[in-house]
Design a protein around this ligand. Structure first.
Ligand code: GLU
Length: 475
């Protein structure tokens, strides 16, 4: 291969959202280029004008941007290269590798049936050079498949062999002169200097056909790596219900980009026991030989685990930005600056336990929850009548702590001293106190909760509980 520099590309057709399978294909191309100090290009394959939409292109770009897969150079829009595609079709005709085919739709259907009956691929009678051309009749340009066999040394699938007899004389230009994907993809890959084509294995046979066209043009054939599809957790083809969604759906489920990048990369690629890794770590070692030949299954527990690890590694400010919208949902309105400040203080103490941003928001929300904090049914049970005098004692004890001593260590000592003096276990004060302070949300150590809430807020919440809950009880 004469290319010095590795160039990969992601070439989605803009007919829908950025599907997670597509996102993984993009990631493999991205890391492979990074690993080789190469270029990762993006090409929007919009030759099918009926199915391609500007919204779908935007959705793909948004998805890649959110996921943090950044392409090099400008985006290539395949439709803008039409003139070049036609020029190459003309070259193929001149060199005898393609021909004009004048079959009417009915004749074509007949020929197709004949080829089926004879157990061979489609051939048009116009491939024979002695067939006369027909003026004033629309023609398509077809590739003249040569005799022989085609071997692809696929980097993932291994060696694959086809008899060329099994390949149709495929259309390169339609009757209206527009190029088809099979031609456009080759011309664009060649012109962009693509050295490695890494894509879904639903294109494996196309790889064989495309190799023939490369050879007809005398062009370098890129390396091919056809990667297996992603299956659902049940081992079946991905369905909507089982994760066949756009990356935006995963964003809404509370995954962060670094977590999803790691999980998708790990899905179908392995390097020793690497499980949780940064972009740099994976770029350092990424190779096509690490890609699994068999389909990978989505595993949501693992996705959450890996995401949680990345959330724990994430910078507080960034994590809060990611979690912002989920906290606003819970808050049923925008967050105020002071609430954001409180959350920032609390966040480092919570993250290790949350696996998604939704869990994180659930665990953080008690910090900014407006008073009175509603109690969950289960939590109410921990507020037994005998807890009331304890809560009154604690309110008294905590009120006496000076502002400058309102910290986890000091508060914890005070609580210990109280339980020792009263000769009770912590179980007598922990659950009711937590109920008052958090309403029952999962939360860290109580002394830390008290510190994070601040003295006034914490005492206010205990008072609310005493007022609301016990007054009701005694009515
Ligand atoms: N546009 C094609 C698709 O979305 C990809 C073609 C390719 O990667 O060669 O399936």
């Amino acid at each position: 291969m004469s290319h010095a520099k590795v160039v990969t590309r992601f070439a989605p057709s803009p007919t829908g959202f950025l599907h997670i399978g597509g996102a993984r294909t993009a990631l493999f191309n991205y890391y492979f280029a990074k690993h080789n100090d190469g270029e990762f290009r993006l090409r929007i394959e919009d030759t099918d004008k009926k199915r391609s939409t500007a919204e779908a292109t935007q959705a793909i770009l948004n998805g890649m941007n959110w996921l943090g897969i950044h392409h090099d150079n400008d985006i290539v829009y395949q439709s803008q290269n039409e003139a070049r595609h036609k020029e190459i079709a003309a070259t193929l005709i001149e060199t005898g590798h393609a021909y004009l085919c004048y079959l009417s739709p009915e004749e074509q259907a007949e020929e197709r049936q004949k080829s089926r009956d004879e157990g061979r691929a489609f051939r048009s009678p116009y491939r024979n050079t002695d067939m006369p051309a027909k003026d004033d009749t629309p023609s398509v340009v077809r590739f003249r498949v040569p005799d022989g066999e085609t071997i692809l040394d696929d980097k993932v699938q291994g060696q694959v062999k086809w008899n060329n007899k099994d390949f149709d004389d495929l259309i390169l230009l339609r009757a209206d002169g527009s190029p088809v994907y099979m031609l456009a993809v080759i011309v664009d890959d060649h012109d962009m200097g693509v050295t490695h084509v890494i894509r879904g294995d639903d294109h494996l046979v196309n790889g064989g056909r495309q190799k023939l066209i490369y050879q007809a043009l005398g062009w370098d054939v890129p390396e091919f790596a056809h990667i297996p599809l992603i299956f659902g957790p049940d081992g079946k083809k991905l369905s909507k219900r089982h994760g066949a969604l756009g990356v935006d759906a995963y964003e809404n489920m509370g995954y962060i980009p670094a977590g999803l990048r790691n999980y998708l990369t790990r899905l179908g690629w392995a390097n020793k026991d690497m499980e949780v890794f940064t972009d740099e770590q994976v770029s350092n070692v990424f190779s096509l030989s690490g890609i699994n030949k068999s389909p990978a299954r989505l595993d949501f527990d693992k996705m959450a685990f890996i995401n949680g690890q990345h959330m724990a590694m994430c910078d507080t400010e960034d994590l809060l930005k990611y979690a912002h919208r989920f906290l606003e949902d819970k808050n049923e309105g925008p967050l105020e600056a002071i609430q954001i400040e409180q959350l920032k203080n609390a966040l480092p103490h919570i993250t290790g336990r949350a696996k998604t941003l939704i869990e994180l928001a659930d665990q953080l929300f008690f910090i900014i929850r407006p008073r009175p904090v509603p109690l969950t049914g289960k939590t109410k049970k921990s507020l037994k009548p005998d807890a009331e005098p304890r809560l009154r004692d604690l309110h008294f004890l905590l009120s006496a702590i000076e502002q400058d001593q309102w910290n986890t260590g000091y508060i914890s000592d005070q609580l210990d001293t109280y339980t020792q003096k009263e000769e009770i276990g912590f179980g007598k004060i922990g659950p009711p106190l937590r109920a008052c302070l958090t309403g029952g949300a999962p939360s860290p150590d109580l002394a830390l909760v008290l510190e994070l809430l601040g003295k006034d807020e914490a005492l206010g919440r205990i008072r609310d509980c005493l007022d609301i809950f016990y007054n009701k009880n005694t009515e």
